[in-house]
Design a protein around this ligand. Structure first.
Ligand code: BG6
Length: 485
């Protein structure tokens, strides 16, 4: 791998501690970091290199999936880490940073490849990108890449503004937008499943598939994020990005091995095929919910509007279920049902492909449909449900689930996959601008309908599967959500 300087803005922040350092450490243990690798952490706080390394080490002990108990290994890893104070708006700090990076590159004779990871609020993206440009940090003879995390805007217009502004300093191929759902191993598996299995390819269409269900339920509530969450709700926090990315990864047609450019093009086709909603009709295919008090795993919890920092009259959505349809030859007539919510009964993230019902049996016995279940939480697994016969009781059909893939805890975390890809310059599993823009465009009428309050806000009990209207959304088409206990 090419020599890289990893420039981390927000080096003392939560995301860095919980995700970025542990991911880098696990990549290091697997020998998947560039041989010539250095990381410069940036923050407002005055820290020496030594105290910064000590902070990083603490985060490894707390959050790494593999233990940081081999002192020599940890030491070797931390050697690559240094720290600079940086005030985001202070130009001299960027020049000092450049001086430090260049000194090392020159001393070791390394190519000036620089990856800028912005683990800071989006309100700082513009200033940072402009300063990277102006200071010369980004105009060396090597490559430069920008890694950013959602939120990419707050609606279609602000997303476009953000993109235009980033475009002044970085080309689209240099921007790596993290959607951590795309880094999940089972999401990446979807592509492989389709590409390498003629059996799957043959049935991946509207002749065989009855509907697709995508669920991301969480048991946690708003946690300590009231200030952020109360302005975004489930629709912006989860639906516009993670859920629509899962839809794209399911509906995408990639029968052959495909590179980032092809994947991006095919995902765009999916988004273009999605039938748009009209604001006035949002209520017919979107269920908006907010959790009320209830019980999670035996413990009573308060309702959303009683959470600290949330206004008692907040109309923010903590749950959304939607029916989406596509107008193309593969998916016409196959509804995609998507739901996500906080304070639901279980932490479960899964995609269920329900196949068309087998012929009605003359005996009248119930035959369950075939299902393909791709699960990212609580387990990483892929299962196929088929029917067999119970040989002891004649004529009784029995659904069986076959494990196609299941793994233990040792899978790489999403951030490991994504950071490695960003280091390699492979943007296959990142959110490209076309997708981000199309996703905002698709949810825009929903945002407006919520804003104008023309869609009812349904209360649901904490610890349930969401409001009854979410079940009704499927029942109207003769379906039900699979695996609700
Ligand atoms: C984040 C959201 O993007 O994803 C959080 O901001 C949410 O609200 C989280 O809890 C869920 O991620 P995961 O990987 O735990 O399903």
């Amino acid at each position: 791998m090419e020599p890289t300087t990893f420039v981390l803005f927000g080096a003392t922040g939560d995301l860095a501690k919980r995700k970025i350092y542990p991911a880098l450490f696990n990549l290091f243990l697997d020998g998947k970091l560039p041989e010539a690798f250095s990381l410069i952490g940036l923050g407002r706080r005055e820290l020496t290199d030594e105290s910064f390394r000590a902070n990083v080490e603490r985060s490894l002990r707390e959050f790494s999936r593999r233990q940081a108990d081999d002192a020599a290994k940890v030491d070797e890893f931390l050697q690559a880490f240094g720290y600079n104070v940086l005030e985001i708006g202070r130009k001299e700090d960027y020049l000092k940073l450049l001086g430090r990076i260049e000194e090392r590159e020159n001393r070791l004779g390394l190519a000036p490849n620089r990856l800028f990871y912005l683990s800071v609020g989006p309100e700082f993206f513009e200033t940072i990108a402009a300063n990277i440009q102006e200071s010369g940090l980004g105009s060396a003879n090597g490559w430069k890449r920008l890694v950013i995390e959602k939120p990419f805007g707050n609606d279609l217009q602000t997303a476009r503004e953000l993109n235009r502004m980033l475009g002044k300093a970085f080309a689209e191929e240099e921007i790596f937008r993290i959607d951590h759902y795309l880094g999940k191993p089972m999401v990446q598996m979807l592509k492989v499943l389709q590409q390498t299995n003629p059996v799957i390819q043959a049935i991946w269409n509207n002749r065989n598939i009855a509907n697709v269900q995508i669920t991301a339920g969480e048991t946690v509530g708003v946690e300590e994020r009231a200030g952020y969450y109360d302005h975004v709700g489930a629709i912006r926090d989860m639906f516009q990005n993670h859920m629509l990315q899962l839809l794209m990864m399911t509906a995408i047609r990639t029968p052959h091995k495909s590179d980032a450019e092809q994947v991006r093009y095919k995902k765009k086709l999916v988004m273009e095929a999605l039938e748009p909603l009209q604001k006035a009709d949002v209520g017919a295919s979107v269920v908006r919910g907010q959790y009320a008090a209830g019980t999670i795993k035996g413990n009573p919890v308060v309702g959303y509007t009683s959470e600290p920092g949330i206004a008692p009259d907040s109309m923010n959505d903590t749950f959304v279920a939607a029916k989406l349809t596509m107008d193309d030859s593969f998916w016409r007539g196959v509804p995609f049902y998507i739901r996500t919510g906080k304070r639901m009964k279980e932490k479960a993230t899964r995609i269920v492909i329900e196949f068309k019902e087998p012929l009605k049996q003359s005996s009248g016995s119930q035959v369950e449909p075939n299902l393909l279940v791709i699960e990212m939480s609580p387990t990483d697994s892929i299962r196929l449900q088929l029917n067999t016969m119970d040989s002891r009781s004649k004529g009784e059909f029995k659904p069986v689930q076959i494990d196609i893939h299941s793994s233990g805890d040792e899978l790489p975390e999403a951030y490991e996959n994504l950071i490695r890809d960003a280091l390699l310059g492979d943007s296959t599993f990142f959110a490209h601008w076309d997708e981000v823009e199309a996703s905002w465009a698709w949810v825009q009428p929903i945002l407006e309908a919520y804003e104008e309050n023309i869609v009812p806000l349904h209360a649901y009990e904490a610890g349930s599967y969401g409001p009854a209207e979410s079940d009704a959304l499927l029942a109207r088409d003769g379906y039900h959500w699979w695996f609700d206990a």
